[in-house]
Design a binder for this molecule. Structure first.
Ligand SMILES: [Fe+2]
Ligand SMILES: [Fe+2]
Length: 476
């Protein structure tokens, strides 16, 4: 399905046939552009950036690449192809045809799900807006901006649903999405992790690896929704999301590679004096970002999650590939939770444990990526292994909230936690050290000393390709 770029709002939903909706979205557009100008990448709005733009929603060849100034990026509304005769795959309506309109009794809940997802998209752009000034290379700068414009497009994706299917309430929510600001005391973003700053590029790579990956799992479970427009919207967002996860995982990989190289060269684990980031610091950043991201899945036991599932609104990861009854009314789940100073297993109704089930899928994915990072360290013949902390480590939501755990899952006292937390989490001095490495490198083909170059360029371009040109004078 090709996308019509001759219209003010590019789309593949025949927007021109629905004048009312088209006018409503065209009225929202200037507010979006104003938000982008105020809150998008600071200082780089006039640059030419080698960006991809979606041109069709087919799996093959859906994007074109070319220089674009970010404010001219063609943000639009793209849904994946409809599946003929698609049926609801789970819950009480299992087997019935999917809904093309919002089922009346689930209106409020669906709107909430869409608004919560939608809110994270502009939030991450806001969190990352200062990073351009300290980019480790033009390649990385371009990737940052690609992720930023696509998060902007994800906001469009959710706003389209709000405008098209939720009437006046939806339009009000769409306006509110442009009013909240990450970290703002009066109008914060909805979820905690999206109000934390992204102060440096190591944090950025960790964020795109761990926190965008939460996004992948939320989108994948909404892609199963019985509300078909939401499912199709999320399916196309997932194709864009894959690049964000690549930026995160490969970014961390390259930092690890460079650290290993410095370790070998200088025969020491402490590479900070040679301008690298010690594996011990990388481990602490992993502990921090992984635990923040685990909280985003919500409480282990959740009647809301059960209701979303039973109502056919939000499925599990790869729902249709699962080999069970897709009702879960009679299944149980072995939940890990703290009790009397240890972590125990407790049998719980599977329906109530759906947040935890989604968290399991996420954890398995993080484990696979971690194994790839450890492979780099092993290949350098270095006997250190990075680890993911226990799922109960430093949690502030759910069963483990208020309970102190070591990274390997021992319950400890609050005093011991206070005494030892600097062994596990980045200290202010370590954060400062990482920040001190963040000096911009903007000559084509050059990379900062704390990160290895990538294996290959973007869209078959060379590593010394000018991925961003016409930089502001003070960025060189
Ligand atoms: Fe997104
Ligand atoms: Fe993303």
């Amino acid at each position: 399905m090709t996308i019509d770029y001759s219209e003010r709002i590019p789309n593949n939903v025949n927007l021109a046939d629905d004048r009312r909706l088209q006018r409503a979205l065209e009225a929202w557009q200037p507010g979006f552009l104003q938000w982008w100008t105020e809150m998008g990448p600071e200082n780089f709005q006039g640059c030419d950036v080698y960006l991809r733009t979606a041109t069709s929603t087919d799996a093959q060849g859906w994007a074109t690449f070319g220089y674009v100034k970010m404010p001219d990026y063609r943000w639009g509304i793209f849904l994946a192809e409809p599946e003929p005769d698609r049926r609801i795959a789970f819950g009480e309506h299992k087997g019935e045809p999917v809904w093309r309109e919002v089922p009346g009794q689930h209106r409020g809940v669906l709107r909430r799900l869409i608004v919560t997802q939608g809110d994270t998209e502009p939030a991450s752009v806001e969190q990352q807006r200062h990073l351009g000034m300290t980019c480790p290379s033009l390649y990385d700068l371009r990737n940052l901006f690609q992720v930023n414009v696509e998060e902007g497009r994800h906001l469009w994706a959710m706003v389209y649903l709000l405008h098209a299917y939720f009437g006046r309430d939806g339009r009000e929510e769409a306006d509110a999405l442009l009013r909240r600001r990450s970290g703002n005391a009066d109008h914060p973003r909805i979820l905690g992790a999206f109000n934390e700053p992204t102060p440096d590029w190591l944090s950025y790579f960790m964020f795109t690896h761990f926190t965008d990956r939460d996004g992948k799992y939320q989108l994948a479970s909404l892609a199963e929704s019985g509300f078909d427009p939401l499912a199709r919207t999320c399916r196309f967002m997932l194709t864009e999301e894959a690049h964000h996860l690549f930026v995160g995982e490969s970014g961390v990989s390259r930092v690890i590679s460079r650290t290993c190289q410095l370790m070998k060269e200088h025969g020491t684990e402490v590479v900070s004096e040679y301008g690298g980031i010690d594996l011990a610091i990388i481990q602490k950043y992993i502990n921090f970002h992984y635990s923040v991201s685990l909280d985003l899945f919500g409480s282990e036991l959740s009647t809301n999650a059960a209701n979303y599932f039973s109502a056919g609104l939000k499925g599990r990861f790869k729902e249709t590939d699962r080999d069970d009854d897709h009702l879960l009314t009679r299944s149980s789940y072995a939940l890990l939770k703290p009790a009397d100073g240890v972590v125990v297993q407790s049998e719980q109704p599977a329906l109530l444990a759906l947040n935890e089930t989604l968290r399991d899928s996420y954890i398995a994915d993080c484990e696979r990526a971690l194994a790839r990072w450890n492979k780099i360290i092993r290949a350098a013949a270095i006997g250190i292994e990075l680890k993911l902390p226990h799922r109960g480590f430093r949690r502030s939501i759910g069963e483990f909230a208020g309970v102190s755990l070591t990274p390997d899952g021992q319950v400890i006292t609050e005093e011991e936690w206070q005494r030892r937390k600097s062994d596990w989490l980045p200290t202010p001095a370590e954060r400062e050290f990482v920040a001190s490495l963040m000096k911009p490198v903007t000559a084509p083909g050059q990379f900062a000393g704390w990160i290895a170059p990538p294996v290959r360029g973007i869209n078959h371009q060379a590593l010394d390709f000018e991925y961003v040109s016409r930089l502001p004078a003070d960025a060189n």
